[in-house]
Structure formats: C-alpha cells, structure tokens
Design a protein around this ligand. Structure first.
Ligand SMILES: [Zn+2]
Length: 561
C-alpha cells in the first residue's frame, strides 16, 4: 500500500502543482512576508494519498492549498487547529436532496462535496445552472435512468431543472402510477424503447452529467439485462461511471440473492471496462460483493462500492421491501423487532404495520436489519469501501422543506442525512481502525475512483497536499461524534467535534456554525461535448458485431426482439 502511495508523490501533475504553488507563495526563497487568505495553524495535517501525518501550518490562497509547512505563516484569517486533525473535506456520492438544509447539516458533518449519484437528475444543464452560485458545498449529479424510463414508459414530460429528489418519491412516482401502471418500474423495453431511453441519457452525458444513475433495484421486473448492459456501455463510452442500487437488494433467498444483482453489474463493468459504483452495499452478501470488487480492482478495473454506517434503513409502509412476502418470508424478520415508527417512537406490531401499510402507505418507518450490528464495525475496515450518506431531502414531519433556517430538531427522516461521517469516525475509533484508513473511506477513495473517470475536479480534491483545492475539514479525532438518532426530534441533530470546514478556500463552518449566505460550492461537471456517443442497438447491429458473414447473409432474428 505504501509503495503504491509513494508513487503519487512523484506524479508530474503533483510536482507541477507544487511548483505552481511555490511560484504563487514564493516557497524556498525565505519569503515569510507572504500573506495568505486563510492559515490553519498547529493542526495535525493528514493526507490519505501520501500517508503524510504531521503537525504543520497550512496556507491557503485563491482557493488552493499553497503551503503545508513547519514555518510560521500569517493570513487574513487564522484558524488555530491545535489538538485537531486538518485533512481533505469529505466527499459523499449519495445525497439526494441537495437542498439548503440538507447541505447545511452535511457541512456540520464535514462534507465539502455532495453529489446525487444513484438517483441522479434529468435536464442536467438546467439543473447545474439553477444551482450555480447558490450552493454552500460542491455539487454534481449523474443522469437518472429512472427519469428517462418515466419519459418513455409513462409518457411523462419531466421538463425543467427540478427533476430530482424529492420529486421521485413524492411527486413523480405517484404521478407515474395514476394510470394504474408504474411503467418505469415494470415495463420491459423493446429495442426501440432502449434506444429512446439511451438517447435521453446520452444527451445528459453530452451536457456533462457525471455518469448514469440506475435504480434497477426498484425496476427489477422492467429492466431486462440487455437494457442494463447497454446503459453501462453508454456511460462507459464516455469513460464515466454507472452508479447503481442493484437488483434483488437486499434479498437473502435463492435464486434472487442480493449478490446476483451485483454480479450482473460487475460482469458488465469488467467486460466493458466501464467504471461502476455500487451503492449502499450494506446487506446480506456484502462480503462476497466486496471480494469481487477487490479482485476486479486488482486487475485494474475502476469498480467500488459505498456503505452507510447505520443499522436501519428508512422507507415507507407501502414499500414492497417491507411487505410480508419480502420482510417475513425472504428476510426472516419480525415486525415487532425491526419496524420502528418515528412518530409513535416505538416498534410496531404486525397488525399495526398492516394497518399503516393499507391506510397510510406513504408514512415513514425505520427498518432495522439486526445483522448490521455485527457488520458495521467490519465495514469501517474494508479498503475502498467509501462512505455515502444516502441523505434524503430536508423535510419536516409534514413533508415540508425545512429551508436553510429550519431547526435541526424539526427534521423528520432517517438520521443518516446528519451524522453519517461522524458515525464512521466514532465507530472506527472504538474499533481501533487507523484514522488514515477512515480518511481514505471518507475523502480519498471517492475522489480517486470518481477522479479516475476523468473528472478533473476530483483529481485535485480529496487530498491534503500543496497545489490541491482547499476543501478542508478540521476535527477533533478523539471526540468527534454524531448526535442524530432514529428518535423524533433528534433525527437531524448535527455532529459535533468538527469546528471548521472550508470549501474552495472559503470558511463555511466557523466555531461549529454554518455561515449564512456564504456560497463557495463549485459545480462538478464534465465539459459539454459537441456530439453524443450513443450507438443505437438493433438485432442487425448485434449480428454485424458478433457473427461472421456467410453466403446466406446474417441469418434470422437471433435476439427475438
Ligand atoms: Zn438506494
């Protein structure tokens, strides 16, 4: 591991940026007069890419880390980080709200880059434009396969910049079922429809979307394997990732074991050499998925998974995953031991569950998976298992947006939106996991894997090095902890022990308070390209690629489409 990391020290790009930094800061010529925008002094500087770990002063200018030094330095603003770790801000690839309150509470948890992968958005150009200059953290999104399927299979227009959470769950999914059929979920695509869906996604990629997000786990009956394969092929044609909530998640029963859904994606990713991020690999069979991903990475493939460090998931009473057929029969769980109602602040009986499922299918529940208690400390020890919060929008108990000023106590939902990153630091600490390893899970590995898809913005983040972008978190390693719990009133309480957060060199959390009306967040996006890259499929094109030609021509319709 260390030899792999040491190599990065000598990468030309790093040397170039250090030299550039020296030109700006005048390092090596004894110029101690340099005044930085911000200096962070006396902190324990840690960089998970190079394994650097030492007490240093950090000078920041024009949004970059210009110097990391033992010399005394001064700046317009000084942060004393004595007794604290100073490292790269956390990078989270699964935040579905990206609304002001959700971004704010995540900043308290040290998250400087918040991206909507897995669900994603539609109309990315408008989406980025609408958020430009209004975000406190860096942001980005993939193109949402589910939305493209809603257009094609439900005839929904989905225009404008707001085609993203919470609209999927609160607006678009109920709308899609008005005619009695959730087309996006259950309809199998013909070749023509696969082409229509992919032409929509191709346009989003051309506009700079970070990849394709797939919720095939919610459309496992509708998305045929060939559609999923060709979705990954399309993202791969741009070198970008597919980010997936996979099929059969979280079934533990054969022949629909959880891992079958992951294997489908991993096989495609390896055959296509297309980057893949599997989301929340938190359930039965995660150990097998992690081994497969590791072995593939050892062969050079850019494939990895995320986890969130909670023993319960969140959903609603109407969801098929908690219906008796799945929850009792496939998972073997008992309602009175696993289904917690935040409004009642208690576990519900089977009768109560069935009543709410019938009368209030949209009502929020918290679903505990008992084995996760044992698994969670192990997740904190897995290399390249990155941390993603799966944060939903910042809503109150009436499903109204809290807004930036909304009280932390008023948030109603899963606590993973507020405490995910502090939980990882606390549990890792309690289990003797080296801090540098945790920092890799929280910042370096997500930056490395997404950066390796060609996204420059993440090649210069997630690293605490001279020349890198100054997304920085300052935290107390001994005491940092979450306060968000499953109980009503505390689901959105912010983490403590993270007094300072900088985004692009601007202080946005000061003395553990998020500063109002400070918007240093930058869009993370690929440049717009002139032409799309999608090659429409047909039985004919398949034959041309896969068969030799004989004097009878290419034969009959092999694929039966
Ligand atoms: Zn998911």
């Amino acid at each position: 591991m260390s030899s792999e990391r040491n190599r990065f020290l000598f990468r030309p790009a790093v040397i170039a940026s250090v030299l550039l930094a020296c030109v700006i800061a005048g390092c090596g010529n004894g110029n101690t007069q340099e005044t930085y925008d911000v200096v962070i002094v006396n902190g324990r500087v840690m960089d998970p890419e190079t394994n650097f770990d030492g007490v240093r002063n950090v000078g920041i200018k024009n949004g970059r880390i210009v110097t990391i030094t033992e010399e005394q330095i001064s700046g317009t603003e000084t942060i004393d980080a004595s007794g604290h770790v100073v490292t790269a801000g956390f990078i989270d690839t699964e935040q579905h709200g990206l609304d002001p309150w959700g971004v704010k509470v995540n900043l308290r948890d040290g998250v400087t880059t918040q991206m909507d992968f897995e669900v994603g958005v539609l109309n990315v150009a408008e989406w980025y434009a609408a958020k430009d200059g209004k975000m406190q953290a860096n942001f980005g999104a993939v193109a949402g396969q589910e939305y493209a399927r809603m257009r094609v299979h439900d005839g929904m227009e989905l225009a404008g910049p707001d085609v993203s959470m919470p609209y999927t769950l609160l607006v678009h999914r109920p709308e899609s079922v008005e005619d009695g059929v959730e087309g996006w979920s259950v309809t199998k695509s013909s070749f023509d429809q696969i082409n229509q869906i992919h032409e929509i996604l191709d346009e989003e990629l051309r506009q700079g979307a970070l990849g394709i997000g797939s919720l095939i786990g919610y459309a496992g009956k509708g998305i045929i394997t060939y559609e999923m394969y060709t979705s990954q092929k399309l993202a791969g044609a741009y070198g970008r990732l597919t980010a997936v909530h996979h099929r059969f998640h979280p079934s533990a029963a054969t022949p629909t074991e959880n891992q079958m859904g992951a294997k489908e994606l991993i096989a495609n990713a390896m055959a296509l050499n297309a980057p893949l991020e599997i989301h929340h690999d938190n359930d039965y069979g995660w150990w097998e998925n992690q081994e497969l991903l590791r072995l593939a990475r050892e062969q050079g493939y850019n494939v990895w998974a995320t986890y969130y460090p909670w023993i319960a998931g969140s959903g609603n009473y109407g969801a098929s995953v908690v219906a008796p057929d799945t929850w009792e029969k496939l998972m073997g769980y008992k309602y009175e031991e696993t289904i917690y109602d935040p409004q009642l602040d208690k576990y519900v009986t089977r009768d109560e569950f069935l009543k709410f499922a019938k009368e209030e299918p949209g009502r929020t529940l918290v679903a505990f998976s008992p084995p996760r208690k044992q698994w969670l400390p192990e997740w904190t020890k897995v290399p390249h298992f990155t941390v993603a919060g799966d944060g939903m929008p910042g809503l109150d108990v009436n499903a109204e947006f809290l807004g930036w000023d909304g009280a932390y106590e008023d948030y109603a939902g899963h606590p993973r939106i507020a405490g995910t990153h502090a939980v990882v630091l606390r549990i890792a600490r309690e289990n003797g996991v080296p801090l540098m390893h945790s920092l890799s899970q929280l910042s370096y590995w997500p930056a490395k894997h997404v950066g390796d898809t060609g996204l420059k913005a993440l090649q210069e983040r997630g690293r605490m090095q001279e020349g890198m972008v100054a997304d920085i978190v300052v935290f107390d390693a001994e005491n940092v902890t979450e306060h968000a719990t499953y109980q009503t009133g505390s689901q959105g309480l912010p983490s403590t022990g993270i007094p300072y957060v900088l985004v692009n060199g601007t202080v946005v959390v000061k003395d553990s308070k998020v500063l109002k009306d400070v918007y240093p967040g930058q869009p993370l996006r690929f440049p717009v390209e002139e032409n799309g890259r999608y090659e429409p499929i047909s039985a004919e094109s398949w034959k041309e690629t896969n068969l030799i030609e004989t004097k009878e021509g290419l034969g009959t319709d092999t694929m039966g489409n």
